[in-house]
Design a protein around this ligand. Sequence first.
Ligand SMILES: *Cc1c(COP(=O)(O)O)cnc(C)c1O
Length: 427
Amino acid sequence: MNATNASNASSHPALAAADPELAALVGAEERLQAETLRLIPSENYASRAVLEASGTVLQNKYSEGYPGRRYYEGQQNIDQVETLAVERAKAVFGVDHANVQPYSGSPANLAVYLAFAEPGDTVMGMALPMGGHLTHGWGVSVTGRWFRGVQYGVRQDTGLIDFDEVRELALKERPKVIFCGGTALPRTIDFAAFAEIARESGAVLVADIAHIAGLIAGGAHPSPVPYADVISTTTHKTLRGPRGAMLMSREEHAKVLDKAVFPGLQGGPHNQTTAAIAVALREASQPSFREYAHAVVANAKALAEALLARGFDLVSGGTDNHLILMDLTPKNVPGKIAAKALDRAGIVVNYNTVPYDPRKPFDPSGIRIGTPSLTSRGLGTEHMAQVAEWIDRGVAAAGTSDEETLRTIRSEVATLLTAYPAPGLPT
Ligand SMILES: *Cc1c(COP(=O)(O)O)cnc(C)c1O
């Protein structure tokens, strides 16, 4: 047995003994996450404490219902776990009500539709190719098939949301629900502007903060709390918790949201995930999390500056948050070719449409990058010029099929990262 295998065995001894094949895959993933520069903006490194909570016997328990109102006995501990998670969510985000049971961001959003709309009703959100999420009424999603999705975008000249267009569309279409937020939005979301439009058009405003929840918790992005009727979020992106989700609101919507999640949409909550959400929220209430959230944004701004200096075209010209959307058209390298080459160079990104993309979604013009994961490792603004240089060299090498350069970058990346061990990974 070589040293690498020995380390797998010690980090998951029972798994390694019972299922060496699976344990080897987990070990390989641990090494991949240790040795690569992970720039996918929706990903992160959860702490060891979060991972441990996710792997507990809490998962053996059925708990349909809510604390104090369950359909199964034996909830002495589970009720306290869920109450802790709920109370911490309320404290971290400053909301009246939190539901921590949605299995993930997509079911959380489906619960919102169930709470406020009937099949066939009009709903409104940002179009997927403009940076919105599938669940904001896009056609291939159940939310665009069972509801009549009308979609807004960003302006071609600025890459920014045009609120006159959003208002006009909302007043004409009168949606029951308006979603703001998205998956490829590099700029601050103007929750107040959306709230005014929702009020004028009689819609429920949902702020989907899946990407930016950690920034909001850490004070690095304005909060939607004064403006949105409902806040939907995942817990595994910038918030750095387990894969899960939450719905938050003022007291007036508490009942209808809770009923939509259970019994409307789900059965038993994943109690091990609830526990890990509670742990993540405790972490998010610490001063170090504020530093992390601000560092994520500082790193993204520094990386954007360094990429602009190298002649890259960034949608909207830069970033206010954790995310950068790069249009590679001027570099003459399609997004998918660039993403795959960067992956071989140890830099993990995703190819992405850019607004008004002339290319197809499965072969778009852009790549999407972000700084949450590298910030969790402790990389700072002083490293961003180097990251930009690797991306620049990697994209150029992609264009010329220069595999030698990609291999060189991969080893340079791994060398830097050995000094910045990632949270959660075995050491
Ligand atoms: C990630 C994301 C979701 C969906 O979350 P899943 O956990 O992948 O289902 C929903 N909305 C937005 C804006 C997201 O970024």
